[in-house]
Design a protein around this ligand. Structure first.
Ligand SMILES: Cc1cc2nc3c(=O)[nH]c(=O)nc-3n(C[C@H](O)[C@H](O)[C@H](O)COP(=O)(O)OP(=O)(O)OC[C@H]3O[C@@H](n4cnc5c(N)ncnc54)[C@H](O)[C@@H]3O)c2cc1C
Length: 519
């Protein structure tokens, strides 16, 4: 079945929905979403959304914190847009009915999180993403010009006359079709599922990156993956995120002897940047040959239960009392700083194709994202992309690519097909928190062989079902990530090379794009 609208949006998380709200007055919108419309990373976001609304805060301070966390690679113009426009879009959510927590004087309560120099994180208990999603859904679905195709998987970008004309999809009955529109937005979120250990739900396979890559769009900064330090690490329990807001409220990381150890690794202790905390946990576990825990037992019990009801209930199901027990934790893949390169209005290098939210790389996060900046990014850049999608088509305002055509694919032969589990294991062990040349080279070679086999299948038009497309996205995202991580011979932000442990501004203060282009 083919459908036609003015605007096509792939994805129903914060970025897609905010764009939909913006586009609604301008024409007919088709939202394509691969599962239930609420299923997204947005739905699981806990800690909150950062915006400089406090009297002791300013957009300049928020920008400065973002740039510090980004470890020398933030695009300062993009950061200014995020920090300057953040308050307006966040306060608009309140006007639309978002039930954020309030302080004693009725103002939005602001939480503290790692690497923020003041309290600036608005939150709705410990389920902020769900509340924002609820408000945006209400707002978007009140517009009669929005049609939602749920359980529908976008599998390809349609290019006509060198421009994006829409997407190909498989609907919930398994039938394929096309959605055609004036402009198309990829708002497909992140790809944490390519790693064995991840905070991301099963839908997060990086599909938008794979779709854009196959359409010839530029992909950048894929080596920068943020590993969240504190994920519930108990046998027989799903990997569940223990929000940084817990440490913001005073929770401490302790070793098996109960010693708080983060000050041994960084002056900001438990609120050091996420990459530092994540690696410190692994180092402490290895030094003590024991587990690492998050402890809240020194905090007020009632306050803990009131502030974190959802987290308390989830860890209780795993047999822990959040307020009293040390909770076993470890790092897991959480967020992709890189993705489909866009300008500040969401334009990609393919005319008519836009991207916003976690799938996009506006370079706003640099090498490491500041906590609670990603919901904000989805909101601000989703709205900006929505506005730009109504205008005349024009090329994106992107800087020239760096380190293009590193691996043309010419000499790479298709390899034995790896299972999804094998890909996730390989990514976790060789492209995870600690990286080095030999294992990266091996991973990049093996994954590029998978990519070559995939390219062959796609060129033959071999039919793929939902599972096949899922694996195909994972292969592409994993191969791009491993190849970019191999290229970057320094350590910066989320990317840590044991063989190049220092930051090297002289050679690597650059964004790597086009590491593995199909053309
Ligand atoms: C557990 C957890 C906690 C987090 N906590 C916070 C937090 O407190 N603060 C913060 O700022 N950030 C947080 N983050 C990160 C943040 O939630 C995400 O970066 C953000 O929600 C991404 O929004 P998005 O709109 O880009 O994508 P998503 O919300 O992930 O939405 C992607 C959408 O695209 C759809 N989709 C994907 N592929 C396809 C396809 N091929 N076809 C059709 N549809 C498709 C999905 O079904 C989904 O609807 C958290 C993330 C996780 C996983």
């Amino acid at each position: 079945m083919d459908v036609r609208g003015d605007f096509i949006i792939v994805g129903s998380g914060i970025a897609g929905l905010r764009a939909a709200v913006e586009l609604a007055p301008a024409g007919d919108i088709i939202v394509i979403t691969k599962a239930d419309p609420s299923e997204s990373n947005t739905e699981y976001a806990q800690g909150g959304i950062a915006a400089a609304i406090a009297a002791d805060d300013s957009a300049a301070l928020h920008a400065a914190d973002t740039i510090t966390a980004g470890d020398g690679l933030c695009d300062e113009q993009a950061v200014r847009v995020l920090a300057d426009e953040g308050p307006r879009y966040t306060l608009e959510l309140l006007e639309w009915g978002a039930r954020f927590d309030r302080d004693d004087r009725g103002r939005p309560a602001l939480a503290s999180e790692g690497a923020h120099s003041v309290r600036r994180v608005l939150h709705a208990s410990d389920a902020t993403g769900r509340e924002i999603g609820r408000v945006l859904w209400e707002r978007a679905s009140s517009a009669t010009r929005i049609r939602v195709l749920k359980n529908t998987l976008a599998i390809g970008v349609v290019i006509e006359d060198g421009k994006c004309a829409g997407v190909r999809f498989i609907d919930e009955s398994g039938a394929s079709g096309h959605a055609f529109g004036h402009t198309t937005l990829l708002a497909t979120g992140g790809g944490g599922q390519v790693f064995r250990e991840t905070t991301n739900p099963t839908i997060a396979t990086g599909d938008g990156v794979a779709l854009a890559y196959r359409a010839g769009a530029r992909i950048a900064d894929m080596e920068f993956v943020q590993f969240h330090p504190t994920v519930l690490n108990a046998d027989n329990s799903p990997r569940f995120l223990l929000s940084e807001a817990l440490r913001g409220e005073g929770a401490r990381l302790v070793n098996a002897s109960g010693k708080a150890f983060m000050l041994d690794y960084h002056p900001m202790a438990d609120l050091a940047p996420r990459d530092v905390v994540a690696r410190s946990i692994i180092r402490e576990a290895s030094r003590t040959e024991g587990p690492v825990f998050l402890s809240l037992r020194h905090l007020d019990v009632e306050q803990v239960r009131r502030r974190f009801p959802m987290i308390a209930a989830t860890v209780a199901r795993a047999g822990f009392d959040l307020a009293h027990d040390p909770i076993p934790v470890g790092p897991a893949a959480h967020y992709f700083m890189g993705g489909v390169e866009t300008d500040l209005e969401g334009r990609t290098s393919v005319c008519g194709l836009f991207a916003a939210g976690e799938v996009a790389c506006t370079r706003v996060h640099g090498a490491n994202r500041l906590a609670s900046n990603s919901l904000l990014e989805g909101l601000v850049f989703g709205a900006r992309a929505g506005r730009a999608m109504t205008g005349p088509l024009r090329d994106a305002d992107l800087p020239p690519p760096v380190l293009g055509d590193a691996a043309s694919g010419a000499s790479i032969r298709p390899g034995r097909m790896m299972s999804e589990g094998e890909i996730r294991d390989l990514m976790w062990t060789s492209v995870g928190l600690f990286r080095e040349r030999r294992s990266l080279q091996d991973a990049a070679d093996r994954l590029q062989e998978q990519q070559a086999a995939l390219d062959g299948n796609l060129a033959r038009d071999a039919p793929l079902d939902h599972k096949g497309w899922r694996r195909s996205s994972m292969v592409t995202v994993a191969a791009l990530t491993a190849t970019a991580a191999l290229r970057r011979e320094e350590s910066r932000g989320g990317h840590f090379r044991t063989d190049f442990p220092a930051r090297d501004d002289l050679n690597w203060k650059i964004h790597i794009s086009d590491v593995m282009h199909p053309r």
